[in-house]
Ligand binder design. Structure first.
Ligand SMILES: [Fe+2]
Length: 406
C-alpha cells in the first residue's frame, strides 16, 4: 500500500532532529578568497603558481561576448597554462548541458577547472568536475556525498552576487524531461579558491542584480530563522542581511558603484556560508518547484515568496525572535520593542526592499490548477531537507500559493 503524503511528511518531521549532529560533524571546507577590484586576475596568478597546467574555463556564451572572459583567459595563458574555454552553459543547466561540458574537459585533459559566471555556471562546473573524477552521470551524482573521489582543483569567479555557489556544498541540476530540479550535495564541491571582483559585476542588468541580491537575502534569512542555531552561522547571516539592505538599492540604481557591488558580493558569500551550514527553508522549497515548472528565475521566485513565508512564520516563538533580531540589526527598531512588532516590521522592510528594486508581489506564471501539486512537492522538499521552525500543512501551503498567484 502506498504511504500517504501526510505519513511521509510526519516521518521526515520525526527523523529531522537526528540530522543535527551530522550537520555539525561534517567538516565543510572554505575557499581562499580574493576580494576587490582586480581580484579575478590575482586569482589567475595564484592558479598559475599552484601547479595547474591545463585549465578549462567553464562559462556561458553571453559572458564571452561581453568580453569578460578574455582578460582572464589571457592572464592564465601568460602564466604558462594551456587554457581552453567551454562556453556552453545555459541557465538552469540540464543533464545534456553537463554532459557536453564533461566531454570538453575530457578532450582537453584538463587538470583544473575555472568557473566564470553566475550560479548556473558555477553549479555546472561543480558537477562537470565531479563527473570528470567519478565517471558518473549527473543523475547518479544527485543526492548526498555521491562524488566519492577527490575533485580536480576547482576555482570560481562569480559574475552575479546572490547564489553563493562559490562557497556552498551544493549544485542544482535540472531534468529537462520532468522539468524538475534536484541537488548534488557534497563538501567536495566547495571550490578551492574564489575571486569576488566587483569590476566583473558592473554590467549586470538591474533585474538580475535585484533578483540575485534577493536570493542572497533569502539564504541569510532562512538560515537564521531555521532551527539549528550556530554562532558563526548567525554572524554570517546577520552581516549579510545588514549589507544587503544597505547596498542592494545602491547596486541597482548605480551599476558602476564598485563599493556597493563589492559589498553585495561579500554579503552573498557570507549568506552562502550561513546556509551551507544551517540550510534554507520553505521559500526555496516553493521556488525550486515554481522554477522547475515555469522557468521563473530562482532569485525572482525567492524574492516574491520570501515575505509570504515570513508572514506564515512570524507567530512562531523562535522565528519571531529571530525576525525581531533581524529588524534590530537593520536599524528598523530597538530591542526593547515587542518581538511581534519587530518581526512584522522586518517583513514590511523586505516588502519595501522588493518594491524599491522592482520585484513584483505576485508570480504571474503560477496557475491555480498546479497549486495542489506544487504545495505537495514543496512540502516534501521542506520537511525532508530543511530544519524549518514551524510546521506548514498542505492546506496552508496551498493557501500561501493562492495568495501569490496573480
Ligand atoms: Fe537560493
Amino acid at each position: 500500500m502506498p504511504i500517504s503524503i501526510e505519513n511521509r511528511l510526519l516521518a521526515y518531521r520525526l527523523t529531522k532532529p537526528l540530522q543535527w549532529p551530522t550537520s555539525r560533524i561534517i567538516a565543510i571546507p572554505r575557499p581562499t578568497s580574493f576580494v576587490g577590484p582586480g581580484a579575478a586576475l590575482r586569482l589567475c596568478t595564484m592558479i598559475g603558481q599552484s601547479g595547474a597546467t591545463r585549465v578549462m574555463i567553464v562559462t556561458d556564451a553571453v559572458l564571452v561576448k561581453l568580453g569578460l572572459v578574455e582578460p582572464i583567459r589571457r592572464k592564465l595563458a601568460e602564466a604558462g597554462i594551456d587554457v581552453a574555454v567551454h562556453d556552453g552553459i545555459t541557465p538552469d543547466p540540464t543533464y545534456p548541458v553537463l554532459t557536453a561540458g564533461h566531454e570538453a574537459v575530457r578532450a582537453h585533459r584538463s587538470d583544473a577547472i575555472l568557473a566564470i559566471g553566475g550560479g548556473s555556471v558555477i553549479d555546472a562546473a561543480k558537477v562537470i568536475d565531479a563527473m570528470a573524477v567519478s565517471g558518473k552521470t549527473p543523475q547518479r551524482l544527485v543526492g548526498v556525498m555521491k562524488v566519492g573521489k577527490p575533485m580536480l582543483p576547482l576555482f570560481a569567479i562569480p559574475t552575479t552576487a546572490g547564489t553563493g555557489s562559490e562557497v556552498t556544498v551544493a549544485a542544482v541540476v535540472t531534468d529537462p524531461v520532468k522539468h524538475a530540479k534536484s541537488a548534488v550535495i557534497d563538501p567536495k564541491l566547495v571550490p578551492m579558491a574564489t575571486a569576488l571582483d566587483p569590476t566583473l559585476m558592473t554590467g549586470m542588468p538591474k533585474p538580475i542584480t535585484a533578483a540575485t541580491g534577493m536570493d542572497a537575502l533569502t539564504h541569510a534569512v532562512e538560515a537564521y530563522t531555521n532551527l539549528w542555531p550556530h554562532k558563526e552561522t548567525a554572524w554570517h547571516a546577520i552581516a549579510a542581511v545588514r549589507m544587503i539592505f544597505a547596498n542592494l538599492p545602491r547596486a541597482c540604481e548605480h551599476p558602476d558603484d564598485l563599493e556597493a557591488r563589492e559589498a553585495m558580493a561579500v554579503a552573498s558569500f557570507y549568506a552562502g556560508l550561513a546556509f551551507t551550514k544551517a540550510y534554507v527553508g520553505y521559500v526555496h522549497a516553493f521556488s525550486h518547484k515554481i522554477g522547475g515548472m515555469y522557468g521563473v528565475p530562482h532569485g525572482l521566485g525567492n524574492a516574491i515568496t520570501l515575505p509570504y513565508v515570513l508572514e506564515f512564520l512570524q507567530d512562531q516563538r523562535w522565528a519571531q525572535q529571530r525576525l525581531a533580531d533581524l529588524a534590530v540589526a537593520i536599524g528598523a527598531g530597538s530591542a526593547s520593542e515587542a518581538k511581534s512588532v519587530l518581526a512584522a516590521r522586518f517583513i514590511e522592510r523586505v516588502r519595501e526592499l522588493n518594491r524599491t528594486v522592482g520585484i513584483p508581489e505576485k508570480i504571474d506564471a503560477l496557475r491555480t490548477d498546479d497549486i495542489a501539486h506544487i504545495a505537495e512537492a514543496a512540502m516534501i522538499e521542506a520537511y525532508r531537507d530543511y530544519p524549518v521552525p514551524k510546521l506548514m500543512t498542505l492546506a496552508q501551503a496551498e493557501g500561501l500559493l493562492r495568495r501569490m498567484a496573480a
